[in-house]
Design a protein around this ligand. Sequence first.
Ligand SMILES: Cc1ncc(COP(=O)(O)O)c(C=O)c1O
Length: 365
Amino acid sequence: MIPLVDLQAQHERIRGDVEAAAVRVLRSGRYASGPEVEAFEQQFATYCGTACAVGVNSGTSALYVALVAAGIGAGDEVVTVPFTFVATVDAIRRTGADVRFVDVDPGTLTMDPAALEAAVSRRTRAILPVHLYGQPADMDPILELARRHGLAVVEDAAQAHGARYKGRRAGSIGDAGCFSFYPTKNLSAAGEGGIIVANDPELARAARSLRSWGPTDAGGRTEAGGNYRMDEMQAAVLRVKLQHLDEWTRERRTVAERYDALLGTAVTTPSRVPGAEHVCNVYAIRSPRRDAIRAALLAARVECAVHYPAPIHLQAPYADLGYRAGAFPHAEQAAREVLSLPIYPELSEERQLAVVKAVRQAATS
Ligand SMILES: Cc1ncc(COP(=O)(O)O)c(C=O)c1O
């Protein structure tokens, strides 16, 4: 089977350093918030070009904590896209705020800035663009609109470690950037993890407090928080892997370029956002024959996945938002047509040829 991602291949390359880091933590006797988390936060903030970073226990927690730290709560509205992983929307709902969707651009599949103005109401407090598949959304018009209306911008950069938009790192462009270190991500923990990056020290301070039960005074807790802490083991592993991230990204891009060349016109791929540098977390193709291609890949023993088979507004837990089929046609069409092919830095050309052979046959027959 050709896997979608191969973390064993990654581990082989850095085994000595990762295992030494794990042993260092085990022997330290310090397992929750400690020096490894602090060091990783500093290193990741430097990497992103932000003043602050706050490590948490998942990308979902990063989104939730960042939104609350930015002052979002009940009675507010947050605008995001329906073509994303469910966590983006779930995090908004957990703050008590209401979700408003805007469709994605039919080419890039990221937030369509032209649709944004109509979605902003008197209650809108934040915009949450998603850097889908590793490609930054078109941030300049989003930021311009946010400034005009006094809205916060929280980036879902869960898939976009190291990506850039007009020279700026994903996550560092808005008021806060949220990353996931889930094992399939370009920078992954040996388990679960996430981080928030920000330039505003007040927002970072609020996030730091919220991730560990919130502020207290002599009378006890003064605001709600929870346990969203990053642990020392994950931070130690992430410190090792961060040193390799740019090299792995270059290798991913080489793999993606090879797919582009080998696939030719058999299928299409999402188009490029002007000024965006993609980090190829997901290599998605599009075809009206998606399901036939998927069956052919499985028959050829190639793992593939659909990111995402149903737009959020048509999923049962979000029925109460009141959106119907047809509300966001670009997101709905993308959900019918996209298919993610195996991609990881170590993927060989030989394996790519096998993947492409199956795709081409099914796409054109
Ligand atoms: C776009 C997006 N947002 C949020 C998340 C949530 O991250 P996590 O799985 O670490 O909670 C993910 C990860 O799967 C994601 O892809």
